[in-house]
Every structure is written in C-alpha cells, then in structure tokens.
Design a protein around this ligand. Structure first.
Ligand SMILES: Nc1c(C(=O)O)ncn1[C@@H]1O[C@H](COP(=O)(O)O)[C@@H](O)[C@H]1O
Length: 165
C-alpha cells in the first residue's frame, strides 16, 4: 500500500525547541493537515540536514516549517537546498529574547527566501496556518476547514471586555 502523503515537515534545531514548535504541530492537527516533526540541526547534525533538505521534495513534502533559536541558521540553510517554501519560526532565546533568532532568520540574502514568522508560540501557530493556506490553494476541503477555523476564531472575540475571574 502506498504511504499516505505527509505535506508538511516541521523541523527544529533542538529538543528544547519542541515546547514552541509543538504549537505548529497542534495547529496543523486542528486543521487536519498531516505533518512529520523532526530534530535537524545545521550546526550539530549537518549531514542530517543535507539529507533532509535535499530529499524533502522527493519525500513528498510541500512545505517546510523550521524553528530555531540563537544563531538560527537552520531555516536559511534548509532554504538553500530546496525549492519548497520554508517558513521560519524564531525561537525565543534566553539571552536575547529571540531577537538573535529573528534577525538570523529574517535577514536572508536576496534569492534565497525564508518566510519569517513572529518570535515564539504565535510564530509557530501562524507558520502552521500559513502552511495550510498554501496547501489550501489546491485542496478545496482544506480551504473549507481553514475558513471554518478562521471564522471560529473571529466568533470567539467578544465585543465588550469583562472582568477576568
Ligand atoms: N539554531 C540552532 C541550530 C541551527 O540553526 O542549525 N541548531 C540548534 N540551534 C538552536 O540552539 C538552541 C539551543 O539548543 P539547546 O537547548 O539544545 O542547547 C535551540 O533553540 C536550537 O534551535
């Protein structure tokens, strides 16, 4: 039997990034988008990165979400080795609050793009929604799920503030 298609790869530089990147995986699950999560580091596991990035398209992935912190070379190095869209999530670092991660990911040289999201949890969630939006252009059922997801979010915003319990 053919392996079911997994359109999104969620990669991260370290186990310590999982607390943030799990939000991308959970958001993809809420949208019923299959993904595979892996630890891949340009610095610590360069061969794993080369194998993953060079083989990602052939492996059937359509979008890669890459989270890394500090000297966050992972998203950019991944983008250098594949034509798939790469969405970068800057992890909030302890020393510099994620500014180092953000600037490392966002300031790519012209010609090798990484779609850079916000620092931390919001960035991980938005990377998943953006990945779904990309996939939804050629998947009507996913487009409907994404529209419902966005509507539910809109409907959940009260018009007037209330005291917190
Ligand atoms: N930025 C990178 C890369 C990379 O870019 O290849 N590999 C690991 N790291 C980052 O190092 C931070 C600290 O990692 P540890 O907690 O394992 O020391 C993590 O946020 C990870 O993304």
């Amino acid at each position: 039997m053919a392996k079911p298609k997994v359109p999104v790869a969620v990669i991260m530089g370290s186990q310590s990034d999982w607390a943030t990147m799990r939000h991308a995986v959970e958001t993809l699950a809420a949208l019923e988008v299959a993904c595979e999560a892996r630890i891949v580091s340009a610095h610590r596991t360069p061969e794993r990165l080369f194998d993953f990035a060079r083989g990602a398209e052939a492996a059937g992935f359509d979008v890669i979400i890459a989270g890394a912190g500090g000297a966050a070379h992972l998203p950019g190095m991944t983008a250098s080795m594949t034509n798939l869209p790469v969405l970068g999530v800057p992890i909030e670092s302890a020393a510099l609050k994620g500014m180092d991660s953000l600037l490392s990911i966002v300031q790519m040289p012209g010609g090798v793009p990484v779609g850079t999201l916000a620092i931390g949890k919001a960035g991980a969630i938005n990377a998943a929604i953006l990945a779904a939006a990309i996939l939804a252009r050629s998947d009507k059922a996913l487009a409907a799920r994404l529209a419902a997801f966005r509507k539910k979010q809109t409907d959940s915003v009260a018009e007037t503030p209330r005291d917190e319990a």
